[in-house]
Write a protein that binds this ligand. Structure first.
Ligand code: FEO
Length: 183
């Protein structure tokens, strides 16, 4: 008896996303190593933690496919992109990577809707929300660097930024959670 509750196309799409999340993890690990090597240990720490979050996302996809009676497939992971040339490029690329991932997440939501696969549609809503957080986090990085002076930032302001990111939370508060008393 076939107990797989996912269509073959959905099983493949979810498995591909599992691999894409691992690629994101490798990318942020690689950027973290670049930052660490440049002496930005706080920024590196932030990127290493982000790499671990991406791995957790991958595991969520893995577990879901298995729970639904499917079998995800681990593929070869493409090499991470080249090292950035500057902190501005690094943070811009983190943002672009997140937007690109949001596009993939939305495609999965579209597919779930087309197939009337409501279990997968429901599962994907966690990722829709997570992508809002991750894009906001990446926007915050870009904003903080701009305030510090961008590529012309002084060593002192970069030192302060680096320190701030070392202990920055992994999550950001979302609009849905805001109130007048706590905007
Ligand atoms: Fe797994 Fe940054 O999205």
């Amino acid at each position: 008896m076939n107990t797989n509750r996912l269509s073959p196309a959905m099983e493949k799409a979810l498995s591909d996303q599992m691999n894409k999340e691992i690629h994101a993890s490798h990318t942020f690990l690689s950027y973290g190593i670049w930052a660490d090597d440049k002496g930005y240990q706080g920024i590196a720490n932030f990127l290493y933690r982000h790499a671990q979050e991406e791995r957790n996302h991958s595991i969520k996809f893995m577990e879901y496919v298995l729970n639904r009676g499917g079998k995800p497939k681990v593929d070869a992971i493409p090499a991470p992109p080249d090292d950035p040339q500057s902190l501005t490029e690094c943070f811009d690329n983190v943002f672009k990577h997140e937007v690109d991932n949001t596009t993939s997440i939305y495609k999965l939501v579209d597919r779930a809707l087309d197939e009337k696969d409501w279990a997968t549609w429901n599962f994907m809503q966690w990722f829709v929300q997570e992508q809002i957080e991750e894009e906001t986090l990446a926007q915050d990085l870009i904003d903080k660097l701009k305030i510090a002076g961008g590529d012309q930032a002084s060593n002192e302001s970069l030192f302060t930024l680096d320190k701030a990111l070392e202990s920055a939370p992994n999550d950001v508060p979302l609009a849905q959670e805001a109130t007048g008393d706590n905007p």
